[in-house]
Design a protein around this ligand. Structure first.
Ligand code: PEP
Ligand code: MN
Length: 471
């Protein structure tokens, strides 16, 4: 199901994370309390059992250290403004749902490496600067279509992300616990600290481009293709060194983090004022987005996002009307600030060519320099015979192709990709160069929520997109 412009549900194929409905999880949306926070109805909030406990957590978060600072957020806004002008490409990706157990050096490094390798392919093969944004260091909350889940006659609360409860199917694990919001902040801080180390401490040096190509990827066809590219990069670097060119940009990368700004009990207390300008910023991540299920124009999320100065994004499903897009622009980017507002389109491979053009055309006529990004994951989900939620590489590639075709026809810029991937050799999406089959899904299906591209499939996609890209 997707929510249409009026907030009613209408069924569509290939929906993921469950149906999309106004209010969600059944029943009316509760109004939020009036204490200086957003008081509009907020969809998809956990029904915490202990309101006093939530207040204590909010108070602690109000005193917590910021994870990011305004200057970094403004830098990302300026980078995304270049994307909107057609001078750069935005690559955003990571897990559907990060987990506390995943706060470990290996998985974090592997995700960073996937993004770096994809960015390198795009930068070198398509000759376009890539703005790198992880779905990392904060992606711990999930919107759900049903408040509960039933297995073998036992009904428990749905898993809402590690920020709210645990994925294990026991009453203890599924209990909603607001103190997990504090662990979320710690997990995000530790992850971001590692990311900063990996991206500035030598690991992201272009001389390491070969070393990133290890393990299972090196043994795949796309690994060979990548190795050739790394050799060419080495030669280019040798040439530059011989010419006396050695720039800091060769040794470190700019890397930003983003997540869905879903849980207002987490996001509201982490807003900080920039002492230099008096503007309010989310300190929980550089970029936040509003999900397809929480972008009601009269809802708390749009209101909250209108108050923060970070670069922000909104997911748009196939039921989105052009009027909704124009209203979102007016609410979220009234100053028409380049780089401020990104639309992440997730229509499905069968609908993108039909549904996207009127939205892009109307937005272009509305005076906003918005950035268009393609999420080819969330409109292409289906259930395998084995019961696994999966996505086919071909449908993902076809949605990206459709997205590029639409922009090519309209003379607008296909600004980027928003992906769910991991650094490991998982078997969650089918197809791609090493051809994961439906029968293989059970082998290494590790996602806590939606199926992710593995690193080979991610690189396959990067080469495909590099071929489609003509700035
Ligand atoms: C997601 O990005 O994991 C997600 C839930 O997406 P959407 O809001 O587009 O359904
Ligand atoms: Mn997802």
């Amino acid at each position: 199901m997707v929510r249409d412009g009026e907030g009613r549900g209408l069924p569509l194929p290939g929906e993921s994370d469950g149906p999309v409905l106004s209010g969600e999880a059944g029943g009316p949306v509760p109004p939020r309390e009036s204490d200086g926070r957003v008081t509009l109805p907020a969809a998809q909030q956990p029904d915490w059992p202990d309101p006093a406990g939530v207040e204590a957590v909010r108070a602690e978060l109000r005193g917590a250290l910021p994870l990011v600072i305004p200057g970094e957020c403004d830098l990302l806004t300026s980078r995304i403004a270049a994307v909107a002008r057609g001078e750069a490409f935005l690559l955003q990706g990571g897990d559907c749902a990060e987990t506390f157990a995943g706060v470990q050096a290996d998985p974090v490094r592997a995700k960073v490496r996937t993004l770096l390798q994809m960015a390198l392919v795009l930068t070198y093969a398509a000759a376009v600067p890539v703005v790198k944004v992880g779905r990392m260091a904060g992606q711990y909350a999930k919107p759900r279509s049903e408040a509960t889940e039933t297995r073998d006659g036992l009904t428990l609360p749905a898993y809402r992300g590690d920020a709210v409860n645990d994925v294990a199917f026991t009453p203890e694990a599924r209990a909603l616990d607001p103190r997990r919001l504090l662990r979320t902040h710690q997990a995000a801080a530790a992850t971001l600290n590692l990311i900063r180390a990996f991206t500035t401490g030598g690991y992201a040096d272009l001389r390491q481009a070969h070393a990133w190509n290890q393990d299972f990827v090196a043994r795949s066809p796309v690994g060979d293709r990548y190795a050739e590219l790394a050799i060419q990069i080495d030669q280019a670097l040798n040439f530059m060194r011989a010419c006396g060119i050695d720039e800091p940009v060769q040794h470190a990368v700019e890397f930003f983090v983003s997540h869905e700004g879903l849980l207002l009990d987490y996001e509201e207390p982490l807003v900080r004022e920039d002492p230099l300008t008096g503007r309010m910023y989310s300190s929980s991540g550089h970029m936040l987005w509003i999900g397809e299920r929480t972008r009601q124009l009269d809802g708390a999320h749009v209101e909250f996002f209108s108050r923060i100065a970070n670069p922000i994004a909104v997911k748009l499903g196939p039921g989105t009307s052009a009027d909704t897009v124009l209203s979102l622009i007016d609410r979220l980017d009234p100053q028409r600030e380049p780089g401020r507002l990104t639309f992440v389109v997730r229509m499905g491979s069968e609908l993108v060519r039909d549904r996207l053009p009127p939205l892009v055309e109307k937005a272009a006529g509305h005076g906003a320099a918005v950035t268009w990004v393609c999420d080819p994951m969330h409109g292409n989900t289906f259930k395998a015979p084995s019961g696994h939620k999966t996505r086919s590489f071909d449908a993902i590639a076809d949605e990206v192709k459709g997205f590029f075709e639409v922009h090519h026809d309209l003379g607008t810029h296909p600004g980027g990709l928003h992906l769910e991937f991991t650094g490991g050799d998982v078997t969650e999406c089918v197809g791609g160069g090493t051809d994961v089959l439906l029968e293989d899904l059970a082998d290494r299906y590790e996602s806590a929520c939606d199926p992710r591209l593995n690193r080979t499939q991610s690189l396959d996609l990067a080469f495909l997109v590099a071929g489609m890209y003509s700035p």
